[in-house]
Design a protein around this ligand. Structure first.
Ligand code: ATP
Ligand code: MG
Length: 378
């Protein structure tokens, strides 16, 4: 690729993955005048249904990748489990951002933790577990055993209170490579979504405070409550992580706040669920920013124009059929986004809504009331 090349509409952009993050990318790309080619093996993928071209094939399908390299002016991804070799192969003939090596760090918990350690970013104490003998007798209990690859939404993780429990959990994961992480007592959790372009310019979005349920993001409150220092430090740390990764694109960095101190939990080399509020509450949203970084354009203004609360809608609320959407549409401060997924399953992210307004407390109350009406439990 030629460094500094600008990709302008009506160029075709390549997207690896076809879930909701890719769907919002397609929507933003269309608004800006670009066309999109999506690669996803699911014929009903939410983004594939909107894109100009949907290559319905596996992520290592050579014919599909050759076509993408041929027809696209630049390629990006919406999820970290695309094989890094796929990104590497495409990069031989088309600009690919973020780079394969960067995605490889974020898609493997051991390399991710080692990256944090090696660059001096604060993180929970951990041990790399390759074999039973790596499980420590003490020091990391209570802890969480996490498989190194393909975990998401709390899947592939078990809380363990002793070496015996860790051993049982490790065997249950079929001795797959893991990290054992010390369980921290969390004050709360925050995340920073930012964009960085190839010129090294970084624009962070406001910090989100995230509340999880059953290991899945439930609610994001923006701006995050708590101290100004924590918010500023989170943005500074996220900026540092993006620099050290030489990141190009939209990046999500998750943090734990414990005893007023920040610890980096993990990085997502793509737009982040906790950044969905940017669609309705910021001048430029995280998907437009992803496109701007990918295409070598200047990054947009990330200013928040209203306090916002985002609520995830999981497949669980489809238990009695289609939810009563009219109760949400009746609320004028609420923006509903449904992802067009054909099948609702418990725990599956089907949509979200964002409430915006002038007063942060009222926005939170309004969002919680709407959440109750649409029968999100809890
Ligand atoms: P996602 O992909 O949805 O971000 P994930 O499956 O990659 O989730 P993590 O982010 O590692 O998993 O963990 C999910 C949640 O579990 C965290 O947001 C946090 O609430 C809790 N958790 C994880 N690790 C720890 C820890 N070391 N101490 C305390 N809580 C933790
Ligand atoms: Mg996480």
């Amino acid at each position: 690729m030629s460094a500094g090349k600008i990709v302008l509409p009506p160029a075709m952009l390549g997207m690896l993955g076809g879930g909701q993050l890719a769907r919002f990318f397609v929507i933003a790309a269309h608004e800006m005048g670009y066309r999109v080619m999506v690669l996803d093996p699911d014929e009903n993928s939410p983004a594939g249904l909107l894109a100009e071209t949907h290559l319905c094939a596996a992520y290592d399908d050579h014919v599909a990748l050759a076509r993408m390299a041929q027809e696209c002016a630049a390629v990006t991804t919406e999820f970290e489990n695309v094989p890094a070799s796929t990104l590497g192969a495409l990069a031989k003939s088309v600009p690919v951002h973020p780079a394969a090596a960067t995605v490889a760090i974020c898609q493997h918990r051991v390399s991710e933790k080692n990256f944090l350690r090696d660059h001096g970013f604060p993180h929970a104490p951990y041990a790399e577990i390759n074999a039973e003998s790596d499980l420590p007798a003490n020091g990391l209990y209570p802890g969480i055993l996490k498989v190194a690859r393909f975990g998401y939404d709390g899947k592939g993780q078990v809380r363990v209170h002793s070496r015996d429990e860790a051993l049982a959990a490790f065997r249950n994961f079929k001795s797959e490579q893991c990290v054992l992480e010390k369980m921290l007592t969390l004050d709360y959790e925050v995340s920073v979504v930012l964009a960085r372009n190839a010129a090294g310019h970084v624009v962070p979005f406001p910090v989100a405070e995230n509340i999880h349920r059953n290991g899945i993001l439930d609610i994001s409150i923006v701006p995050a409550r708590g101290s100004t220092e924590v918010r500023e430090q989170a943005q500074t740390l996220a900026h540092g992580v993006a620099e050290k990764l030489d990141y190009v694109g939209t990046l999500g960095v998750e943090f734990f706040v414990c005893g007023g101190q920040l610890y980096v939990n993990e990085m997502a080399p793509r737009p982040h669920n906790s950044g969905h509020y940017t669609i309705d509450a910021c001048v430029t949203n995280q998907f437009e920013q992803q496109i701007r970084a990918l295409c070598g354009l200047p990054l947009g203004d990330a200013r928040l124009h209203s306090p916002a609360v985002m609520v995830n809608l999981l497949g669980d609320i489809w238990r009695d059929g289609e939810p009563e959407w009219s109760t949400l549409f009746a609320q004028r401060d609420l923006k509903l986004h449904l992802y067009g997924k054909h099948e609702a399953r418990p725990g599956r992210k089907m949509g979200h809504f964002t409430v915006i307004g002038d007063n942060a407390d009222e926005v939170l109350q309004s969002a919680m009331a709407a959440r109750q009406r649409i029968k999100v439990e809890g």
